[in-house]
Write a protein that binds this ligand. Structure first.
Ligand SMILES: *Cc1c(COP(=O)(O)O)cnc(C)c1O
Length: 367
């Protein structure tokens, strides 16, 4: 079986730069909160056009600390999508708040912005839109609703580094943007890593203190924080990759375009909303024949993955929230029909052609 995402194909192209950078850090022997984390924070700030960036240990921690910095706590409700990675919801539960789900759109698989208002209660404190698969959520609408009801907006941009609405970068459009640098993310390091971005200096300072044991300075502790720092080696690796991120995203888009050209008559291919720049962290098709496609690909040694087979409201761990099958019919249907195909900047066009041929043949046999 080939890898679903060939991380080595990327590594070999930047190997010299990476090894040089890691070697420099090893020689400096400064591993935590040093010059690379600081420099990466500055580079991310410039890239996204935000005033503040704070490196943390993971995307999950970014979400958790964002909620803590906004003082969201027990008794509060946070609106989000049932069609996401579990961490979005975990973070809400970490702070004692209650996740309130809103069904998704058929077109983008993102939260349906037209269904948010009816879920707002006096206890609602925040909305967490998730830019799923790298596709931008309609942030104009989200921000309008947030303004009207006085809610915070935390963007879960874990899958969307470099995505845009107009000329504005995803992550810069809400009160806080949260990124993950998990290795397979479209900007990934060689371990865990994450970042919080904001234009609010006060929020950034709170996160800086929270990530380091609630400490604003050596052995002074002003609150109970956590240990969640991005380490120097990961930051150094990310600085190397940042130089290529536009190129990587552009290549992902080209690969996606190629898949769509081959497949759009037999399956539902991803849609890019008007005026947006989708970064195709994942390329996900939708079909009633999902299981058959997956099986045929498998027979040919081609991996494919179901992101995500069980929507959040039907997860065992979240039973206590009291949701049931039928509550979010679109998320449920999409979970049955979605399939992500291999996509990464280095995947050869011939491979995309080959994968597409296997899928097309599933449909020829049908007729
Ligand atoms: C990956 C991911 C996270 C969590 O990031 P980690 O760095 O793995 O903790 C959160 N939300 C979404 C949508 C993700 O894809």
């Amino acid at each position: 079986m080939k890898p679903f995402i060939d991380l080595k194909a990327q590594y070999v192209n930047i190997k010299d730069e990476i090894l040089q950078c890691i070697n420099k850090i090893l020689e400096s022997s400064h591993y935590i909160l040093g010059e690379n984390v600081k420099a990466l924070e500055d580079e991310v700030k410039n890239y996204l056009g935000v005033k503040e960036a704070v490196g943390v240990a993971s995307g999950t921690d970014a979400l958790h600390l964002a909620l803590r910095a906004l003082n969201i706590k027990e008794g509060d409700e946070v609106i989000t999508t049932p069609f996401t990675f579990f961490a979005t919801v975990e973070a809400i539960i970490y702070v004692g708040a209650k996740p309130f789900f809103v069904d998704i759109e058929e077109t983008t698989y993102n939260i349906d912005v037209d269904k948010i208002e009816e879920k707002i209660t006096p206890r609602t404190k925040a909305i967490i839109p998730v830019h799923i698969f790298g596709c931008p959520v309609n942030m104009k609408k989200i921000n309008e609703i947030a303004k009207k009801y006085g809610l915070w907006v935390i963007e879960d941009a874990a899958q969307a580094f470099g995505a845009q609405i107009g000329d504005k970068k995803i992550g810069s459009l809400g009160d806080i943007g949260c990124f993950s640098f998990y290795p397979s993310k479209n900007l990934g390091c060689f371990g865990d890593g994450g970042m919080i971005v904001t234009n609010d200096a006060e929020i950034a300072e709170k996160v800086r203190i929270l990530r380091n044991h609630g400490s604003p300075g050596r052995y002074i502790h002003q609150t109970i924080g956590v240990n969640s720092r991005l380490d120097e080696i990961q930051a150094g690796i990310l600085r190397v990759k940042m130089k290529y991120i536009d190129q990587y995203n552009e290549l992902r888009r080209k690969k996606a375009e190629l898949y769509t050209k081959f497949l759009n008559e037999v399956v539902i291919t991803p849609k890019e909303p008007d005026n947006t720049y989708h970064v195709y962290h994942l390329y996900s098709i939708r079909s009633k024949e999902r299981d058959k496609i997956k099986e045929n690909l498998n027979t040919h040694g081609i991996p494919s993955v179901v992101y995500y087979p069980i929507p959040m409201h039907l997860q065992n761990a979240l039973k206590f929230l009291g949701y049931k099958t039928g509550d979010f019919p679109i998320a449920e249907a999409v979970s049955q029909e979605i399939l992500s195909l291999p996509i990464y900047p280095e995947i050869p066009d011939e491979e995309i052609f080959h994968i597409s041929q296997i899928i097309l043949r599933c449909f020829q046999e049908n007729s």
